[in-house]
Design a protein around this ligand. Structure first.
Ligand SMILES: *Cc1c(COP(=O)(O)O)cnc(C)c1O
Length: 438
């Protein structure tokens, strides 16, 4: 396959950008080969600089829920950009986006906009510490909450695919403020709180884990997160940066938490920016009132609530109708069913797990409950599968520890292209070596 131009650009990029990429998972380290430099994208299709087209099953790691360059979002962006790029004052778009979020996620009474998911979780942790006057934070192995120092312990896909135990450069004091527990383990949660409950400011969890591959919480685990944290006076932060507005119109909360009690704080990102840098944290009004300028917890951002980014996010959320969610579910199941059938036909061990329309294929034959399970899979088989899909014009996330994402624009043509590629990829996964591997 001709990848000359991508290879040239990567060589140039490597000399001036570490690893040639601006975010590590883009580098193909886990699967080998040359990452494709994209030139353009439309609907469900990516086009690289060598002129090859791919069905996109990354969707920018979630945000492109309506598909690339959706006409309504494009019009909103163009209209907003023509009126100025950033004011450094309040503007109406930020209010409209905040109202849309609050309307969709019932327990969110107030929200503060930021520019990335990392900023959202970092700020939510500071707020929880300010509110409780405590320091410790509980997180779960395999959950990723952005590259916040204290949350980089056992942080899932990015570090997992690079086989780094954790990040260098995180002071031991930061790591010591974090208690890392296994996901879906009620006994471990209860034991940690029994030991240090009065020092714990917050429990932060991915609403449904997506950064170790998709691992939904068991109902018992979800219930324990709420009751145990509350009993000990700690806040519960549900990180919906990936699941928010994707699993349902109200995210994972809308899908699974009906009848359950609400978390105290939520974090959002990805879909709510529609491909632009916009993210948020929000929740209980009495907790949010601790934020400056109302309260003593400082938090700020030059580009927070940027008018163009919020226009894109608002147009995207407004486009996320019930029909869109039904379409995502249908397309995701069609693709996952076909992938399962193709792998089964070749005798490749696999397990498919779901959170709404997010799904992952683990290359092992039993269910994944936590990070240890997720790591116990045949990542080499995934690498062969990935490259065969790529050769047949389908771009999967380049790691076995990721969700696959579909969009409203994945139409019959795009799905047909995926279904055509799958048997080739299953055969490659079943074979012992990948021809043409580099
Ligand atoms: C992507 C992600 C983040 C980080 O968001 P960025 O915008 O990349 O900083 C945080 N939490 C979860 C669950 C995510 O999936």
């Amino acid at each position: 396959m001709n990848t000359d131009r991508s290879a040239q650009l990567l060589d140039r990029a490597r000399t001036i950008v570490p690893g040639g990429v601006n975010s590590p998972v883009r580098a193909f380290r886990a699967v080998g080969g040359t990452p494709r430099f994209m030139a353009s994208a439309a609907g469900p299709w990516l086009t690289d600089v060598d002129g090859r087209r791919y069905v996109d099953l990354i969707c920018s790691w979630g945000p492109m829920i309506l598909g690339h360059a959706h006409p309504d979002v494009l019009a909103a962006v163009q209209d907003s950009a023509a009126k100025g790029f950033s004011f450094g004052t309040p503007s109406e778009n930020e209010l409209l986006l905040a109202e849309e979020i609050v309307a969709r996620v019932e327990p969110v009474e107030q929200v503060r906009l930021v520019s990335s998911g990392t900023e959202a979780t970092m700020s939510a942790i500071r707020l929880a510490r300010g509110f409780t006057g405590r320091t410790l934070v509980v997180k779960f192995a395999g959950c990723y909450h952005g590259h916040v120092d204290s949350l980089l312990a056992a942080a899932g896909s990015g570090v997992a695919t690079l086989a780094l135990p954790d990040s260098a450069g995180v002071p031991p004091e930061s790591a010591a403020e974090t208690i890392v527990l296994p996901y879906n383990d009620v006994a471990a949660l209860e034991a940690a709180f029994a030991e240090r409950g009065e020092q714990i400011a917050a429990v932060i969890t991915e609403a449904a884990a997506g950064n170790m591959g998709v691992v939904p919480p068991s109902p018992e685990f979800s219930a324990a997160l709420r009751t145990v944290s509350r009993r000990h006076g700690a806040l519960l932060i549900s990180d919906e940066v990936m699941t928010g507005f994707r699993c349902s119109r109200s995210g994972w909360f809308g899908l699974a938490a009906v009848g359950n009690e609400a978390p105290d704080l939520f974090t959002f990102g990805k879909v709510m920016g529609g491909g632009f840098p916009a993210a948020a944290f929000g929740g209980r009004a009495d907790v949010m009132a601790m934020l400056a300028p109302e309260g003593p917890v400082y938090q700020a951002g030059t580009l927070s609530g940027n008018p163009v980014a919020t226009a894109a996010g608002l147009a995207t959320l407004r486009g996320c109708t019930d029909d869109v969610y039904a379409h995502l579910d249908r397309v995701a199941h069609t693709i996952a069913d076909a992938a399962g059938a193709a792998l089964a036909a070749e005798g490749v061990p696999h397990t498919i797990q779901w959170a709404g329309s997010m799904f992952s294929i683990f290359f092992r034959d039993s269910a994944v409950q936590n990070y240890n399970d997720a790591r116990d899979q045949d990542t080499a088989a995934f690498g062969r599968f990935f490259h065969a899909m790529l050769e047949h014009g389908v771009h999967l996330p380049p790691s076995a520890f990721e969700s696959w994402f579909v969009s409203a624009s994945h139409d019959d043509d795009a799905v047909a292209a995926v279904l055509t590629a799958l048997p080739h990829a299953a055969r490659a996964a079943a074979s012992q070596s990948r021809p043409g591997a580099s």
